[in-house]
Design a protein around this ligand. Structure first.
Ligand SMILES: [Cu+2]
Ligand SMILES: [Zn+2]
Length: 171
């Protein structure tokens, strides 16, 4: 093989490699929840397949400082103060809230969302147990309180009220 041919075949092999390892991603607009329809837009969450689960990259503002419960909920509907979204995504019907790192429990349990002193959330986290395909057609929810990845002492990690939400749609 000539040197030129070798370079060309190496280049095309590299292009194919890159195509295979370009992961799908989705941008989800996030709104504060409202009594009937969604309220103010507070930014976007980017969801992207990775070598190990889904990379969750928030670019959010106007949230209360601190740690927030963060989950995939079943219904693609953020109305009625977020209640229309239903419960945590749980295809195995485990009925257990164990957070993102245990093998069993709600598939939709995400790592907590951290909001800085300026009300912004920008820290990426990895949700290791599902792929992007499994969460399309559901919603993503931010709670007022934190999440201890347990049903004790409070159910569902103790996050309480739903404060912001977005619908995960394929693009
Ligand atoms: Cu939730
Ligand atoms: Zn849960």
């Amino acid at each position: 093989m000539s040197k030129k041919k070798l370079v060309l075949s190496l280049l095309s092999a590299f292009a194919v490699f890159n195509l295979q390892y370009t992961f799908a991603s989705i941008n989800v607009p996030i709104h504060l929840v409202g009594p009937t329809t969604p309220g103010q837009n507070i930014g976007v969450i980017t969801l992207e397949d990775s070598f190990s689960g889904v990379l969750v990259t928030p670019n959010l503002h106007d949230l209360p400082t601190g740690v927030h419960g963060f989950h995939i909920h079943v219904n693609p509907n953020c109305n009625n103060q977020g209640l229309a979204a239903g419960g945590h995504l749980d295809p195995s019907q485990s009925d257990q809230h164990h957070g993102p790192y245990k093998k069993h429990g709600h598939l939709g349990d995400l790592p907590v969302l951290i909001v800085d002193k300026d009300g912004k959330a920008t820290l990426p986290t990895l949700a290791p147990r599902f792929t992007l395909k499994e969460i399309i057609g559901h919603s993503i929810m931010i709670h007022a309180g934190g999440d201890n990845y347990s049903d004790q002492p409070e159910k569902l990690g103790g996050g309480g009220a739903r404060i912001a939400c977005g619908i995960i749609k394929s693009t």
